[in-house]
Design a protein around this ligand. Structure first.
Ligand SMILES: *Cc1c(COP(=O)(O)O)cnc(C)c1O
Length: 374
């Protein structure tokens, strides 16, 4: 047997046996990894993960949990069908929209052969899931002037990718993509790639959903979640919407019992009797967002505020120093927002989730009173 080098000797068994590319991989820096919920004991104000400020109280009947749940609980799928206006066979319930992203990549991309396409600045999990699976990531940045799609850039990748991820409203940018651009992208990739429209935030601008495009195109997939407008991020429940041939394929890849019985029960309630509450909370959030947006434009340290159609606001600070001061001052005051400055085109940018009115007021007061002028 060959002699092991020093570095090989210091590897753990897991490291020796692992897929080598995973060893250097950095997992998604989720809001909850950066600041754990154990910190919640100190009364922190969480404005870093685009969660809704409060959810309803749900009673669980918790009967029959000695049995496996249905693969796709009918009450849940029926409720989402009613809510979305789509047929039940066009809906797959998943453990959050994140699982939908992973299933799509695993279903359409051959490992170490196929690629996905993303349009940064965008949601981080597309690239992480791809990397995890061994799919390459091709980037076509959004147009920097207005954060729309670079359709010419997309055209150049036709035939080279299997899945295209569009995010509308975009995270962390906040803007909707123009519907005609989304349709143009779907047409460009008609015979060669699935176009996924991530609608995690669509409840904040529901009239712009692309779900209606499912009747015209068979290479469209729409992602939804209960984590944002429905105020159920802790539940882990999302939906993949697509024509039935796509759904059938995804069911071959998903785990056998993806939706636990308590999750199905709470989610079904949220999608029926809870709809009014959700709509009210969305209206309150949209009003608060416009107020915060306007307030930000008036601050000397703020260089640019991005128009948002979702439950967060992205803004650019005048300088790197301003950005660091604002972020650190807020952390010191137990107010957590998200630093987006490492993303393409987002130098010195921070993102604030729209929490409760009180939380946003505290954030404003903290910045007004404690941020030293310079
Ligand atoms: C939050 C978010 C998701 C993930 O949602 P989960 O249902 O909580 O997994 C997916 N896409 C975007 C754009 C998001 O912001």
């Amino acid at each position: 047997m060959a002699k092991l080098s020093i570095s090989e000797q210091s590897l753990t068994t897991a490291e020796k046996l692992a897929r080598q590319e995973l060893i250097a991989m950095v997992p998604y820096q989720s809001a909850r990894r950066l600041f754990s919920s154990a910190d919640a004991q100190e009364d922190k104000i969480w404005l870093n993960a685009n969660e809704a400020p409060g959810s309803g109280q749900y009673q669980l009947s918790a009967t029959n949990i000695n049995r496996y749940p249905d693969f796709q609980p009918d009450s849940l799928i029926s409720a989402y069908s009613e809510y979305s206006g789509l047929a039940k066979d066009q809906i797959l319930a998943t453990r959050g929209a994140d699982e939908g992203i992973e299933l799509i990549i695993r279903s359409f991309c051959k490992a170490y052969q196929d690629s996905i396409l993303i349009c940064p600045p965008t949601y981080g999990m597309y690239a992480i899931s791809a990397e995890n699976h061994g799919a390459a990531v091709i980037k076509v940045a959004l147009n920097s002037a207005d954060l729309t799609l670079d359709l010419e850039g997309l055209q150049q990748q036709v035939g080279k990718v299997k899945v295209v991820f569009l995010c509308s409203p975009g995270n962390p940018t906040g803007n909707l993509l123009p519907q005609e651009q989304i349709i143009a992208a779907i047409k460009l990739f008609k015979d060669s790639a699935m176009v996924v429209v991530d609608e995690a935030y669509i409840e904040f601008s529901p009239e712009y959903s692309c779900a209606k495009l499912l009747s015209d195109f068979d290479n469209v997939i729409v992602l939804r979640t209960l984590s944002k407008a429905f105020a159920l991020a802790g539940l882990r429940c999302g939906f993949t919407l697509a024509n039935n041939d796509v759904i059938t394929l995804l069911t071959k890849v998903i785990a056998p019992y993806p939706i636990s019985a308590p999750v199905a029960e709470i989610a079904s309630t949220a999608l029926t009797t809870g709809l009014g509450k959700m709509t009210k909370q969305v209206q309150a959030s949209n009003t608060l967002r416009e107020q915060l947006n306007l307030w930000l434009t008036k601050q000397v340290w703020c260089k640019q505020v991005f128009a948002s159609d979702a439950n967060f606001v992205l803004f650019r600070c005048q300088s790197e120093q301003d950005k660091a001061n604002i972020f650190d001052l807020l952390v010191k005051n137990n107010i957590l927002i998200r630093d987006q400055s490492k993303q393409i085109q987002l130098e010195n940018c921070l993102r604030i989730s729209i929490g409760s009115k009180q939380e946003i007021t505290i954030l404003q007061q903290t910045l007004l009173t404690q941020l030293s002028a310079h």
